[in-house]
Write a protein that binds this ligand. Sequence first.
Ligand SMILES: Cc1cc2nc3c(=O)[nH]c(=O)nc-3n(C[C@H](O)[C@H](O)[C@H](O)COP(=O)(O)OP(=O)(O)OC[C@H]3O[C@@H](n4cnc5c(N)ncnc54)[C@H](O)[C@@H]3O)c2cc1C
Length: 892
Amino acid sequence: MPEAMVETRATDATRSVSTQQVDVAVVGAGFAGLYILHRLRKAGFSAVVLEEAGDVGGTWYWNRYPGARCDIQTIDYSYTFDPELDKAWTWSEKYATQPEILRYLGFVADRYDLRRDIRFGTKVKQATWDDASERWLISTDNGANVSCRHYIMATGCLSAPKPPEIDGVKDFKGEVYFTGRWPHEGVNLKGKRVAVIGTGSSGIQSIPLIAADAAQLTVFQRTPNFALPAGNGPQPTDRKTLFEGDRTTYREQARWSMAGVPYPQQTAVSWQLSDAERRERFEKAWAAGDLVHILTQLWADQAVDVDGNTIVGDLIREKIRNVVKDPEIAAALTPHDHPFGAKRPCLDTNYYATYNRPNVTLVNLRQEPIKEITADGITTDRRSFDVDVIVFATGFDAMTGAILAVHPITGRGGKPLSSVWAGGPQTYLGLTVAGFPNLFMITGPGSPSVLSNMAVSIEQHADWVVDRLIALRDAGFTSMEATETAQAGWTRHMADCSMLTLHRLANTWYTGANVPGKAQGVMPYTGGVGPYRSICNEVVGRGMLGFKLKGPGGAEQCNDGEIVRLQPDVRLVLGMLAEMNLPPIETMGAQGARDFLNEFNKGRPAGRPVGEVGEGMLQGADGPLPYKLYRPATPGPHPIVVYFHGGGWVLGDQQSDDPFCRDMCRRTGMIFVSVGYRHAPDYRFPAAAEDGYAATRWIAEHAADLGGKPGPVLVAGWSAGGNIAAVTCQLARDRGGPEIAGQLLLSPVTDCSFDRPSYIENATGYFLTRGLMFWFWDLYCSPADRTDPRVSPLRGKLEGLPPAFIVTSEFDPLRDEGIAYAEELAKAGVPVEQLKAQGHFHSSFVMVDVVITGVPGRVKMAEALRRFAGLPTQQSDASRHAPPPEVNAAAS
Ligand SMILES: Cc1cc2nc3c(=O)[nH]c(=O)nc-3n(C[C@H](O)[C@H](O)[C@H](O)COP(=O)(O)OP(=O)(O)OC[C@H]3O[C@@H](n4cnc5c(N)ncnc54)[C@H](O)[C@@H]3O)c2cc1C
């Protein structure tokens, strides 16, 4: 059926005798191309694979340098689509060598008889979309061009070696090799003087073996990398047993994991563990010789927080110092300029110990850059090294290099991909590009790709693409194309995701920084393999959201929109809450809801350490109230922030927002006093408001006793607590004090009206529901009192109030009343700043260390409070979240 369509619509150009007609052309015969071909054939598509190399294998065909191996355990770095294949092949080692992986891919090609549809020695040069025939015309450097309905680029993320950036390579009289294009017959380095330029993964794998062979090895290093001992050998029994115990579950867990390897999510955070416990975890990970283990299993904050990450980095730095005998060489080999894991760490066998050999010299290019390559060797700006062989281990033009090397790829309206991507790659799901119908990329920029076990990611991509082609054919459509809206949404989601991890803080090939002139930005998807898979599935489940489908006779379907509007971690949190299938909180009764909240809070990460946490009683409006005080570690006296917790005037207490109070205490360098005001339904309106005011007055009067700075206090609150903070400011103005220097209102209740759009749009699905808000209001305040400014401060007089910082979240029923309060304050002449948090929900900012993307918001809140208190916005002390000076301060 598709070919019939092809024939009727083909233009003269695509009918040329020298043009091969197929449904699908695939470029690349590596892990990806082989599996796609297998799937396409099974689905009844005619297909050809075009491959520049002389045989299958991709990465493992080209990278034959000494020591080339995988660095994901081979038990995981395998195809999983066919359980029989899984059983038919047994890996000999924990990390297989390049020849063994190449044998495996050859075995797969034989088993499914794939080679007969692969044109080897054929490089794809250009690709042009023809709108009339809805086909791609692919031109090659060898044999017939190809006309195809669908064009799949399985060209590899790490398949375009980066050309040398050094003058004079052509003048060199000796031998020159690239690790990524190593000669098949091998290279004899015995007795030779060898230079290796580059200390990325290929350099780190090959240097120990080259050193053992060569008479003299000189390593030219620009940026030191973290490397861990691989501990290679037979397959470890723990993973083997796990795998063989239940292969299906093992593989399925890998598919839904964060990195494509079945490890659980860590929940313990670094500051919950003692030094000894952290050391024990680290030593275990070090001995395990497994990148995914050490990158994910130490503590929950290691990949997302600079403080948690620095602990790992320091432990590794200590290891390097212990191995390398010469302290100066050790220092040069020790990375300081990036968080551990932000740049791809390497697995090694004797890498650091190699620098103890007498025949090895390290040249630190940070201190003495290479000036030129001469006929005899390499000259830095300090000395010359005569060598016989130069090995370039300088890496790849990653992720986009091989795609853009096909030039031009011309889409609809004659637009070349290179110009669409001039400012950096734009994709939808990392799979497709708006304006380029029926073009698919496997592990393209915008997909988890190089941040994952790529075998798992490749299979997911291939399955998704081929399943879409089948569905398209079955529905009678001939083309699919991402919409601009969907692509822009994905670009924004990628940017949101990049705030989740520390990858943005390193200049690496992940960000394009290794290639001069390349646009920079985090290219792989940092949101994780499992979440990515669920998003791809959701696109399909929601009627191909973000795709325009077209068919013969003008048939068209376009379900435009953005697939993820929530922040990535908010999406995960809401997904987990939905899975818990909780009864609505308002059906639990007040005590039941309080018990539920207490239980719920037990599962959250512990708050971070502050200087001191104390408890006490203060005088409320009608009797004593408990409070909790958070004091910074810095010398006082500090300004005081009076804090009111959330919970709809019904739930919570002085410690229910403990992680938030700790975090803000650290960020502001101020004392936070969290007040346990009275709750409904036992104490109804205006009890909470009057307690808020009384507590603020008492705290201001006792500032010195509390170790605080006498003078004006500040107020802050979240949700109903934001309501109390706002009301307190109005009461303090009207009742002659205390003096309040500023108010931080986080998603505050400001009005009793329920008909603003945010109440309707976000009525359900975002934890705080419209129904729950109704219940809170009913318990706290009778309808007759609701317009009283002591509960609806928006209806009060707003002139003369202290400056305000108001935070609202996009997916919160309370969003619009918070915005309205900010706007009315501004009209009344009150200095006010707003943070409208995109993609966040009502609880985002108080879910400290869970909603990581809330960090920049809390940074802004802290800056505002400091400004209100007359302090410089940045703390100068080192006791807070200070990243090491080398690492960009944006990390905190
Ligand atoms: C040394 C090394 C070690 C690695 N170790 C791991 C590991 O342990 N775990 C892991 O997950 N990943 C690892 N990777 C990443 C690895 O690239 C992927 O795991 C995987 O092999 C990619 O498969 P692929 O089919 O997508 O691309 P590739 O294997 O790169 O294959 C792409 C093919 O496309 C061909 N091609 C490209 N452009 C054209 C064109 N214009 N015309 C014709 N043919 C073209 C290339 O010749 C190549 O054969 C490693 C990479 C390297 C370089």
